[in-house]
Design a protein around this ligand. Sequence first.
Ligand SMILES: [Fe+2]
Ligand SMILES: [Zn+2]
Length: 387
Amino acid sequence: MVIFLNFRQKLGLLKHYGSHKLFHNDLPKISNLYAKQMGNSTKDAATMISEHANRLEISIPRWPSSLNFSYVWLRDHCRCDACFRKDTFQRQNDILSLPLKIRPTYLSHNEKELHIQWPDGHFSKFDFQFLWENSFEGKKHSKNIIKPLTWNRNSFPSFDQIKVPPTVEATRETVEVICPISKTIYGEMWELQADLGMSDTAYTDEYLGSHTDTTYFSEPSRIQVFHCLKQASEGGESLYVDGFHIGEKLYNEDPACYEYLSTTALPGEYRKDGHHFVNVYRIFTHHPVSKKLMQFRCNDFDRAPLSTIPYHEVDKFYMNFQKLVKMLRDQRNEVEILLQPGQVAFIDNWRVTHGRKSFRGTRVLGGCYLGNSDFLSKARVHGLKFE
Ligand SMILES: [Fe+2]
Ligand SMILES: [Zn+2]
């Protein structure tokens, strides 16, 4: 249940459905603002540009530290009309024409911009805002000041909600305000109710342990939407666990176990009706640059035969995996929500697990998935930080 308040406003959901419940803002907004302001070097009289052998060092009082740019990077990032198409945001220069040993012949700057003259007469100017936002050091700093707030049963934050008519069409209309619905083997919209003819545990009325979905896809679905269409006569509460909280807890209590589950790969599988998906993944995935936890994947039902680990490491795998699943099933980490007909839950499937308590009667859920790229694209457009 991990999307943002201002997302709702910006996307006009309020206009569509009134002020009900849906999104929760779990990142400190102040940090986002702070990150933006850093780049605004509007009236800094004390901007310092120092020329070194292979780099320029720029310091602006409001930046937390000076930034370094190699000359070849600067030449590559020229944003003039000959080098870059501003309408399509695409480069016009061929990488092979980039001189690796280039140095400026002349440098100057004003309050807003850095100006560079190159040996062949080419002229580049760079907005300091652009340099801040796109430098390695600037990006690293922005990422460091944003920390997701993790939660458990006792610290689950309050969230706003939106209520829509309990129909599949209404779910679709709500979701499509955000981004296109993914078309998977389950179709675009699915409807789930107890059906003992189906082989999947999800379709029974039994307790369903907390898990993330589509671990067998090379890129798991990002947002999972659940819309309660009909509530069970008894039971059927949804169970959610914050995988980032589990990660944090495991890292603090047993760093070796966290390390093992971050580096050891296991296979997931889905095999049915002419489909056979297999994917080898790690339970905790980290960002390749910032190294921060980026994705949590865990599904005991869809584990494929364990062919990724040699026999002498197998004991270690089961020990660590059991430790993790115990934490996932610990009620202190689990948030229980009884969805009411018409309520829509948006779950970040790269972070939050879902499950359900057993129930009696007919319980019908509608839902769909949103892909990671489509969702993040919209999040970026609306200034939300997920990465
Ligand atoms: Fe599921
Ligand atoms: Zn240029």
